[in-house]
Ligand binder design. Structure first.
Ligand code: FCB
Length: 456
């Protein structure tokens, strides 16, 4: 029997996002967000649902802290809803919104759970959208105002800050593919959004450090490492192009490498940069490359790329895994990809410190006759990804912690409530929470800071 042990200071956590769990969409002076507007628009969400109530975490936060405590969770990554703080996006501050997050943070600290705060997990105030949203530079300026307000308020107690969650989703999934709010299909707008998101990150870093002395600041990117479908040069090129679109466009400027030249050329040829990079002002790239303390990595699956154009000039991706190796999102289970990715980020970009800020899987296994939820596939998924993470650490990758997505089942954006990512089951009719087998196993892994192989 072999025990897999983690470094003694390794941080074990769980993650959520405001819109996916809080509900209370109109409570206590909160402004409307683009996700409120989007979900209230017919046809945008597969099951017609909304986050109006979601997990009602806004009212049940104290119980949810107790739940985390019972699972030995050491750190909780949550996001702040910008429209609770500044209902119109800028200007008037809503004290009740600040008070909510203040109580949450105090509750976490009292339970000895370290708060990891994400500033933007996609719920832009609708008022800013009405002015043009992220394609406008003024939205980046408003983000800095919001960052200043919230970091001044929580900065004495919160010492870990993530500016943005998944700029690829903010830019492309929301403005080019159109599956997420605000649902645009406009390449030039998506590229401008990418820039303003990164710029607002760079501008926010010194503001957070000023308001929260000694804090650690980072950004979270999502990665789907691309592998070629064959050894042909054409497929190799397709894989590189896919990463150019999905990750290099973000990580390169963040680590001082400018936007990747191959992708700039491609987007110019395609007409996606009608005025070139005119939205990049002097000093922007230096601001974006602001020194940060860590990079957050969200990893769910890999992409396999083939040299065939998909609709809308995207690099084509294909599935090579059998159906039973995919989760209910259709995503291949591929722990080796996380191992490869962490190594690359460390050795190629010299990232000084990494956290896995999201990793997990969607399986709908529910309560059996005894009321237990035996989500063995999720337990296996977590176990195999923990093992990948452990191997990366042995290679010298400075990985400081891991956050499972998600603490509990929740509103999965355009998929509504059809996908369950939680290690805790949520009965949406009663709001009862039931830890699944994976949560109970995770609790023991945390207690032992590892596990004995074969005993899971
Ligand atoms: C990520 C999001 C997170 C959740 C997971 C499944 O892209 O950051 O909110 O929806 O996917």
């Amino acid at each position: 029997m072999h025990k897999l042990e983690f470094p003694t200071d390794f941080l074990w956590g769980a993650a959520t996002a405001a819109y996916q769990i809080e509900g209370a969409w109109q409570a206590d002076g909160k402004g409307e967000s683009i996700w409120d507007r989007f979900t209230h628009t017919l046809g945008k969400i597969v099951d017609g649902s909304t986050g109006d109530v979601a997990c009602d975490h806004y009212h049940r936060w104290a119980d949810d802290i107790a739940l985390m405590k019972s699972l030995n969770i050491q750190s909780y990554r949550f996001s702040v809803a910008w429209p609770r703080i500044l209902p119109a996006g800028r200007g008037q501050v809503n004290q009740a919104g600040l008070d909510f997050y203040s109580r949450l943070v105090d509750g976490l600290l009292a339970a000895d759970i370290m708060p990891f705060v994400t500033l933007y997990h996609w719920d832009l105030p609708q008022a800013l959208q009405d002015e043009g949203g992220w394609p406008q530079r003024s939205t980046a300026e408003a983000f800095v105002e919001y960052t200043d307000v919230i970091s001044r308020h929580l900065g004495d107690r919160v010492k870990h800050w993530i500016t943005h969650n998944e700029p690829w989703c903010i830019a492309f999934l929301s403005h080019q593919i159109g599956e997420h709010a605000p649902g645009w299909q406009n390449w030039p707008a998506a590229l401008r959004t990418a820039h303003h998101t990164l710029l607002s990150h760079g501008w926010a870093v010194p503001v957070i450090l000023r308001n929260s002395p000694g804090a650690q600041v980072g950004i979270t990117l999502n990665f789907e490492p691309a592998e070629p479908a064959s050894a042909s040069i054409a497929d190799l090129h397709a894989a590189r192009r896919r990463e150019g679109y999905f990750s290099r466009w973000f990580i390169d400027p963040l680590y001082g490498r400018h936007y990747p030249a191959d992708m700039v050329a491609e987007y110019e040829t395609a007409g996606y940069l009608p005025n070139g990079l005119d939205f990049v002002a002097d000093g922007d790239l230096a601001a974006i490359a602001a020194k940060t303390d860590f990079l957050g990595v969200n990893y769910y699956t890999r992409a396999v790329a083939r040299d065939e154009d998909a609709p809308d000039n995207l690099p084509q991706t294909v599935f090579v895994a059998p159906l039973d190796e995919r989760t209910e999102m259709g995503w291949e289970v591929y722990p080796q990809g996380l191992y490869n990715l962490l190594n690359r980020l460390h050795f190629e970009y010299q990232v000084p410190k990494l956290y896995v800020t999201e990793n997990g899987c969607s399986y709908s296994d529910g309560p059996n006759d005894q009321g237990e939820i035996v989500d063995q596939r999720r337990l296996n998924y977590l176990r195999d990804h923990f093992a990948a993470v452990r191997r990366a650490i042995s290679n010298g990758v400075p990985l400081a912690g891991y956050f499972v997505w998600s603490l509990m089942d929740n509103f999965e954006w355009a998929k509504g409530y059809t996908q369950r990512f939680g290690i805790v089951w949520v009965d949406y009719a009663t709001q009862q929470r039931i830890p699944k087998a994976s949560a109970l196993w995770y609790r023991d892994v945390i207690r032992n800071n590892g596990w004995t192989e074969g005993e899971e």
